[in-house]
Ligand binder design. Structure first.
Ligand SMILES: Cc1cc2nc3c(=O)[nH]c(=O)nc-3n(C[C@H](O)[C@H](O)[C@H](O)COP(=O)(O)OP(=O)(O)OC[C@H]3O[C@@H](n4cnc5c(N)ncnc54)[C@H](O)[C@@H]3O)c2cc1C
Length: 307
């Protein structure tokens, strides 16, 4: 077989076609007259990346004030997108934080921390005790559980957002190349980077945007200090609920303290049923056993060793 090598020039090359790379392509293609190429090693959408799936939560209920403010800004952008493209990307169904109220931050924050930020910023919320939680939703709170409900939170239809960013970026002239894995980045000068891909192509760009998610260190480590990443495999599934409970599940996040001895991280989340014909809710675990955590994707495994 004869291999052919092609050369391409661009103002900007974006590496990675998850939601970050596609949103970058969309916004860059709108604001400036640039020649843009996006390289994705797999497909779009990509079942192996972090962006895959129908929905993602959005909230202002953070323990970190900056994240709460960032959410407020991004919500304006999501609403502008909906108006500009006449589509629905958001569903404002509220979010329930419930569980133990110990005052220590987890990867998702904490109930007391989120309450402090919402009080300080004047974000409306309801505070509930275990009895009130049980009356209102079909969860089974322990007696010491408390809850916070932020009615202005909700979900982004992320698969639809990905398709919107992809199609609009292409319409605006972005060249999106799937199956094109970047294998090396070579900084030639302050405004010139050479990118080589596994298929033998070479791209010369004035600027590179690296949106490779969990794979970032695999590319960075050849020319700069890698980021201090910890990569976790994440597990979620769809569960059928009784028909009578179908419309009663909220979007929720449950906080309990980690119990390392029983391999229980204590953090769980769920989405309400939005397919009435199937009565399915989505439930995920926001934790992974320490032995599955890695620094780079080259050592990543999706399942523990069966032995
Ligand atoms: C199960 C789960 C639930 C989540 N829930 C929420 C939520 O409710 N709310 C929320 O805000 N966030 C949530 N997140 C986080 C959010 O989904 C991620 O932060 C986001 O999707 C990251 O997008 P990304 O584009 O940076 O990375 P990715 O989606 O991982 O995309 C990176 C892409 O780069 C490509 N790539 C990598 N290396 C190369 C290379 N060498 N050459 C070419 N292409 C390459 C990969 O193939 C991949 O497609 C969740 C994440 C997971 C996994």
């Amino acid at each position: 077989m004869v291999e052919t090598t092609a050369y391409f020039n661009a103002d900007v090359v974006i590496i990675g076609g998850g939601i970050a790379g596609l949103a970058t392509a969309y916004y860059l293609s709108q604001k400036q007259n640039l020649q843009i190429i996006l390289l994705e090693k797999d497909s779009i959408p990509n079942p192996n990346n972090s962006s895959y799936g129908d929905e993602r939560m959005y909230r202002r209920m953070y323990s970190n004030e900056y994240l709460s403010e960032l959410q407020e800004e991004s919500l304006k952008e999501w609403k502008t997108l909906e108006t500009q493209h006449d589509c629905q990307l958001l569903r404002q169904n509220g979010l329930l934080f419930y569980g133990e109220a110990w005052d220590e931050e987890t990867i998702e924050g904490s109930i007391p921390g989120a309450r402090r930020v919402m009080e300080k910023k004047g974000i409306p919320f309801e505070a509930l005790n275990a009895e009130q939680l049980q009356e209102r939703w079909p969860m089974r709170p322990k007696p010491d559980f408390v809850g916070l409900f932020e009615s202005t939170a909700g979900m982004v239809w992320s698969a639809q957002a990905i398709e919107l960013f992809r199609s609009q970026a292409e319409t605006n002239g972005v060249s999106i190349r799937t199956g094109e894995e970047t294998v090396s980045l070579n900084v030639i000068s302050s405004d010139s980077v050479e990118i080589k891909t596994r298929s033998g192509n070479t791209f010369l760009a004035n600027q590179v945007v690296l949106t490779a998610g969990a794979w970032t260190n695999d590319l960075l480590s050849s020319f700069t200090t890698p980021l201090n990443l910890e990569i976790w495999p994440m597990l979620w599934g769809h569960y059928r609920v009784e028909e009578t409970l179908r419309d009663r599940f909220p979007q929720w996040f449950c906080f309990q303290q980690e119990k390392p001895d029983s391999n229980d991280g204590g953090l769980y989340y769920g989405f309400p049923c939005h397919t009435p014909e199937t009565s399915l809710i989505k439930v995920g675990i926001d934790w992974c056993p320490p032995e599955l955590r890695t620094k780079t994707m080259s050592t990543f495994v999706r399942e523990p060793n069966s032995e």
